[in-house]
Design a protein around this ligand. Structure first.
Ligand code: NGQ
Ligand code: ZN
Length: 469
């Protein structure tokens, strides 16, 4: 247990922008009690080895998918498919979801969360839908797999928002689930029981509990209403995440079913507000961008996964012009690196607008700074946790860049260093230390459990691959 309760940085990125000579102090709960710019460095206080950034919340993760990242990049692995697509990938993904055991899930998630910490994420929203035994029967303890994730996050020392997933149908209009969904399916009552069961567990571990209706494809209208009502009784401010309008095929199927596009349907039929995270929301009309942004919901953008799966490009210019909030997620974990997700997001906008520096702001003209602040703010909102940056009352979640790293050394400003970290140093991370809730989790780029958890991950992956059809 690290007992340090203060940190001093020559340059720190506060919610309002860069500040100099910043002193941070936090209380026993790891909650910031002092954030004071222009402060002398008190004797005995740890001094950051470079620019200090707010920790990044990762707002969308399916942990088990890390075990097959990079293994679905071959044409024709799914011989039934006309061409390789999101949908043929999903069939492959179901095979891994169908095979993973609790021990494997725990080992995969622990290593993933350690990786996340080393890569600049200090908290994660786990969108968790594998609930049952491999044959589809409920575990004697219904919270078996959820507990593995809570344990993994605790052991790695990453903040957690646990989002058990409600999944009931295989398509719009109540289509029956298939064999591939056997481990996901549950009644709304069973889901509410699971939430009740998980509530004390999450409280004990400092995790936030929410709910994720998987998608409008997987949750019929009545179940959605009933689940939201039940959640409200448990915690009226709990976060609610949903996959929405990720693929044009989903939009077409929703139109055929209801006459409305998914986002429009959701805005008209559910109480969408700032508790909600609309994950992907890739395919929206101008009216939907406007309605979704005005609802106060966060857009959960997962740049590397959306590229990997061929989803399409979210229109950030439109979203921001409507005042929409957003954050980033690593979703399928094809990439686990917060800086790289920001870079990919900016690049997708450059490719579609044929402009540069698209996601800068008038108030923050440096792209990396503007994006970091926006993604932390939106990610915190989606997490339902006090992780909204370096401000009093928020958790002491912070990243120290290494000013001596070759790509940063002797650059003139902290903005230039952060820019190099986002746009020049990917795959050669310049992260030095990482603090979560005032605890030092990564020291000089390395998490103390990295070697051990990587070994367990490799063994779990080997076992999982050997039992995946
Ligand atoms: C998931 N992943 O739940 O893992 C989904 C695929 C689906 C992404 N949408 C399943 N990226 O959407 O039906
Ligand atoms: Zn997802």
């Amino acid at each position: 247990m690290n007992r340090t309760r203060s940190l001093f940085a020559e340059h720190a990125l506060l919610p309002g922008g860069w500040a100099r000579d910043v002193l941070l102090e936090w209380d026993d709960q790891g909650c910031l009690s002092i954030v004071r710019p222009d402060s002398p460095a008190p004797a005995g206080t740890t001094v950051a080895a470079g620019p200090l950034l707010p920790g990044m919340p990762n707002l969308h993760s399916h942990a088990f998918q890390r075990a097959f990242a990079g293994l679905t990049e071959y044409r024709g692995q799914n011989p039934g498919a006309e061409h390789d697509s999101f949908w043929s990938w999903r069939t492959l993904m179901y095979r891994f979801a169908g095979a993973v055991t609790p021990d494997q899930l725990r080992d995969i998630a622990t290593a993933l969360y350690v990786e996340m910490l080393e890569a600049g994420y200090t908290s994660v929203c786990e969108f968790h839908y594998v609930h049952h035994e491999r044959d589809g029967w409920h575990y004697a303890d219904d919270a078996t797999l959820s507990s593995c994730l809570v344990e993994a996050a605790s052991r790695a020392g990453i903040g957690l928002t646990l989002l058990p997933v409600l999944y009931q149908t295989s398509g719009f209009g109540g289509l029956a689930p298939t064999e591939g969904h056997r481990r996901f399916i549950r009644s709304t009552d069973d889901m509410l029981h699971l939430l009740e069961r998980l509530k004390p567990l999450c409280e004990r571990h400092g995790a936030r509990l929410g709910l994720a209706p998987h998608s409008l494809r997987a949750v019929p209208p009545d179940a959605l209403t009933q689940a939201l009502r039940g959640l409200h009784a448990i915690d009226p401010t709990a976060p609610i995440h949903i996959h929405i309008a990720e693929q044009t095929g989903e939009v077409d199927a929703c139109l055929a079913w209801s006459g409305q596009r998914p986002v429009q349907w959701l805005l008209d039929h559910a109480p969408v507000d700032k508790r909600w995270c609309l994950v992907h929301a890739t395919h929206m009309t101008a009216i939907e961008y406007q309605g979704a942004a005005r609802s106060g919901a966060v857009a959960g953008i997962c740049p590397s996964t959306e590229a990997n799966l061929g989803d399409g490009i979210f229109d950030m210019t439109e979203w921001r012009s409507q005042g929409g909030h957003w954050g980033i997620g690593s979703d399928s974990h094809a990439c686990v690196n917060a800086a790289e997700e920001l870079m990919l997001l900016e690049y997708s906008q450059r490719l579609s607008t044929r402009q540069r520096n698209v996601l800068a702001r008038d108030s923050e003209r440096d792209v990396a700074t503007a994006m970091t602040l926006d993604a932390v703010f939106g990610g915190a909102q989606a997490s339902g946790r006090a992780v909204a940056g370096l401000a009093v009352g928020q958790q002491a979640d912070c990243i120290v860049l290494d000013a001596q790293h070759a790509l940063l050394r002797q650059l003139p400003t902290p903005q230039a260093m952060l820019s190099a970290h986002v746009f020049a140093s990917h795959r050669r991370s310049a992260i030095h230390n990482v603090w979560v809730g005032g605890q030092l989790r990564v020291r000089e780029g390395v998490h103390p459990l990295a070697e051990q958890t990587t070994g367990a991950f490799i063994a779990a992956r080997r076992a999982l691959l050997s039992t995946t059809p």
